[in-house]
Design a protein around this ligand. Structure first.
Ligand code: ADP
Ligand code: MG
Length: 339
């Protein structure tokens, strides 16, 4: 019998990978914001049109890319962030898979302008459906602007599957807020159809929460702080009386990465036991710092789930830290805006 196995061409492999990484415009937002953070930016602008269906643009003032790197960044498994498998256990970047730009470029019209110097010398690249259309010199300031237009233009089934603009914008705002909360020291702006939705100056975490969720949030925050050998915990829970029927503000960050963890969520619930009605959900902004060697982030392409070496211990520490804070707040009301 003749041999029948063939290697898929790159653009097909990229389109398949894109199916996992890019579910909706908000996925593009997450990947581009994370790249801007990894580039060491101090100010990041997110500009979307029609809830990202026609345009997602991220402009940063980070370190930018050289002409060659700019081209290479769109190749699959092209990354400047890790060099070996061991690096996965000492990660200090959001990215490491080297897949996002290749995936996005496979299913959209992409234009990138980037410069790695202060001489206004940069490069401009256009890629459509994974095909390089052009690359030319351009004048631009240090940093990178990534424009992603017409997402899923070549995958009509995906395009048709997108929800209303209101729903897709909600997903974008969710991603934006998660990233902005994880990095209060970076300034972020969000525009949709020319309207400014958020303008967040560099701040501390309390101020960032208040800038996003409003002034009234300030007096509702109860600080949580605990440091052990396994984990350092910081952040806030909302006072029990602000627990809601609908799931409101519930944020877990591990090493400055937003994660979803039903198990750790349960630990907070356990700490609130007896203080809120059973059907209500507590609000929280909890930051965990752990040794990067004690977690595995590479469970899912979107990296919102992680595996801890010692989940049970972390559960117990969170529960007791939150319980302790809740026990204290009645005695000493928290009004300090500077922490
Ligand atoms: P990853 O982030 O996993 O490395 P990406 O496909 O998202 O993979 O990006 C590929 C590479 O392109 C990055 O490793 C980085 O070197 C470069 N890059 C992407 N976005 C930016 C940016 N905004 N500024 C500077 N370099 C960038
Ligand atoms: Mg990336």
């Amino acid at each position: 019998m003749a041999d029948i196995i063939q290697l898929l061409p790159d653009h097909v492999a990229n389109q398949i990978a894109a199916g996992e990484v890019v579910q909706r415009p908000a996925s593009v937002v997450k990947e581009l914001l994370e790249n801007a953070i990894d580039a060491g930016s101090t100010h990041i602008q997110l500009i979307v049109k029609e809830a990202g269906k026609t345009l997602v643009q991220v402009v940063d003032d980070g370190k930018g890319m050289s002409e060659t790197d700019a081209r290479l960044s769109f190749s699959r498994h092209a990354t400047s962030k890790i060099r070996s498998a061991e690096d996965l256990f000492r990660l200090d970047t959001k990215g490491f898979r080297g897949e996002a730009l290749a995936s996005i470029a496979a299913i959209a019209h992409v234009e990138m302008n980037t410069s790695d110097n202060d001489d206004m010398i940069g490069t401009s690249i256009r890629i459509e459906g994974g095909k390089l259309i052009s690359q030319e010199a351009t004048a631009c300031a240090r940093g990178t602007s990534m424009l992603v237009k017409n997402l899923f233009f070549n995958i009509p089934a995906r395009r048709n599957f997108l929800k209303s603009n209101a729903v897709e914008l909600r997903h974008i705002i969710d991603e934006f807020q998660r990233v902005a909360l994880a990095h209060p020291d970076i300034a972020f702006d969000l525009f949709n159809n020319g309207n400014e939705l958020f303008k967040l100056p560099a701040a501390n975490i309390r101020q960032r929460i208040v800038h996003i969720f409003g002034n009234k949030t300030n007096e509702r925050l109860v600080p949580v702080q605990e440091e052990t050998e396994v984990v350092a915990i910081s952040g806030f829970v909302l006072k029990p009386e602000y627990a809601k029927k609908t799931r409101g503000e519930q944020f877990f960050f591990v090493n400055n990465r937003f994660i979803k963890s039903p198990y750790l969520h349960h630990a907070i619930g356990a700490a609130f036991e007896g203080l809120i009605k059973e059907q209500n959900h507590p609000g929280y902004f909890i930051f965990l710092d752990v040794d990067p060697g004690s977690i595995d982030i590479n469970i899912h392409p979107t990296k919102t789930e992680i595996k801890f070496d010692d989940e049970h211990t972390i559960y117990a520490i969170i529960r007791s830290a939150v319980k302790h804070s809740l026990g204290q707040f009645n005695v000493a009301p928290i009004l300090d805006f500077d922490r």
